[in-house]
Design a protein around this ligand. Structure first.
Ligand code: GLN
Length: 429
């Protein structure tokens, strides 16, 4: 989880790097600490003095506007009105979706051409116009593809995103980036976490142009796609001079601006991913709320506190053991990994009187295996034995960015066919 060395970071100025320690630098620091520990007068040593001076110095990382906006947040900003059950009725009327709406979690296959386009742009080999035109073509094709497959709520495919956190870090103010500070994310996938250096703010819309373009390609509902504040925080390197809570709220306000802009631009369903919500849960259960969830859940709620009740908020997260808190995020719909967990989670949801509409993933996206129609129908029937038909969504377990095109198409076609079969069964009941 620690990048290798600062040595090859040629673009970051010393003003910043003097505060950082990746693996090699940490080893050097360990050695220094060992030496200092053996010295009676360690306070006089040059190493100690240098470090002390560094942290005593002024750091240019405050943004008054951010402080002002944060101090202006009031109780009401965390509360969506009317309450969820009433919103659900309004949304059903507005969105006119079929029973068991089908959707995906956001990303579509990041094939070689998508990555090549991004690299060419980064290296300055193509212009911004060429880069954007390529992605728009990808989006248009992806929308058409989803229409042909027969999905109900479409996505733009996330072709412009290298990674769901790095992308937002790059677009927000207050972050720094490295060239080579890779860490392992899962399997052979690696990411370059952004570094939170200063107060976080958003000075212009980030995703609106892509989502609006995608919506312009279809009459179906286009789902806006954002990463939530807790996940952005948990998958970045945080600063140490302010609390995690404060950083989460700063990012929350930035994401709220984006949510409001998407809504104003006509996007009616917005997903705010919180895949990393559980990652900073304290080891001691007794501290789960006081030290973490009591600000992490409000940070998410802040993002959606100012929108119309008809706008549907989705999230994608995981929630073993924190079911109540997840319900308390007050999203309208949550999708989550379920295909490998034998659906035991659904019992936990029922036991907690879970109110959010749910999309338990009906197939595992971590392998290229194509689930059969029968298999998905079977999973849906099992879910329906326990979930109110009004509250069930049909979707894969997670985003499709690591998958290939053939298996994605085959799996999603089977998913849509399965949803249709189960709809038919509901009608004949
Ligand atoms: N929207 C993201 C994607 O589809 C969500 C992934 C995640 O939360 N892990 O890739």
């Amino acid at each position: 989880h620690v990048p290798y060395t600062l040595k090859h970071e040629t673009k970051l100025s010393q003003e910043f790097t003097s505060y950082f320690a990746f693996a090699e630098e940490k080893l050097a620091e360990l050695k220094e600490l060992g030496q200092l520990a053996d010295q009676d007068n360690y306070q006089e040593s040059e190493v100690y003095q240098k470090n002390k001076a560094l942290f005593a110095g002024e750091r240019d990382c405050h943004n008054e506007e951010v402080t002002k906006r944060l101090s202006g947040v009031i109780e009401k900003d965390y509360i969506r009105l009317p309450k969820r059950s009433e919103r659900q009725a309004l949304q059903k009327k507005e969105l006119k979706l079929p029973e068991f709406p089908t959707t995906t979690i956001g990303s579509f296959p990041q094939t070689k051409d998508v990555k090549a386009n991004r690299s060419a742009f980064r290296r300055g080999e193509i212009s911004k116009e060429e880069y954007v035109a390529f992605n728009k073509k990808k989006i248009a094709d992806c929308v058409k593809w989803q229409e042909e497959i027969g999905l109900d709520v479409l996505v733009h495919g996330e072709y412009e995103r290298n990674d769901m956190v790095e992308y937002f870090g790059e677009a927000l103010g207050g972050f720094l980036f490295t060239e080579k500070a890779w860490v392992q994310s899962s399997g052979t996938r690696c990411v370059k976490p952004p570094i939170i250096w200063g107060d976080v703010y958003r000075d212009k819309p980030i995703t609106v142009e892509w989502s609006v373009y995608a919506q312009s390609q279809t009459d179906k509902i286009m789902k806006g796609m954002l990463t939530g504040p807790v996940t952005i925080l948990n998958w970045s390197f945080p600063r140490e001079d302010v609390s995690l809570k404060e950083m989460a709220y700063q990012i929350g306000i930035a994401i709220r601006d984006e949510v409001c802009d998407l809504e104003a631009a006509g996007i009616r369903v917005i997903q705010i991913d919180e895949a990393a919500l559980k990652e900073k849960l304290p080891i001691r259960r007794a501290e789960w709320h006081s030290e973490y969830l009591d600000w992490a859940i409000p940070a998410f709620r802040l993002c959606a506190g100012k929108i119309r009740p008809e706008t549907q908020i989705h999230t994608h997260s995981e929630f073993n053991e924190i079911v109540k808190d997840i319900d308390n995020m007050d999203a309208d719909v949550i999708s989550f990994e379920a295909s490998r967990s034998n659906l035991t989670i659904i019992d936990a949801l029922n036991a907690a009187h879970f109110e959010t509409e749910v999309g338990p993933g009906v197939y595992d996206i971590h392998s290229p295996r194509v689930p059969s129609v029968d298999e998905i129908v079977d999973a849906l029937r099992k879910m329906l034995a326990k979930i109110d038909p009004d509250k069930l969504w049909v979707n894969p377990d997670c985003g499709l960015k690591t998958r290939g095109i053939p298996e994605t198409e085959a799996s999603l076609k089977n998913l849509v066919a399965a949803a249709k079969i189960v709809r038919g069964e509901l009608e004949t009941k």
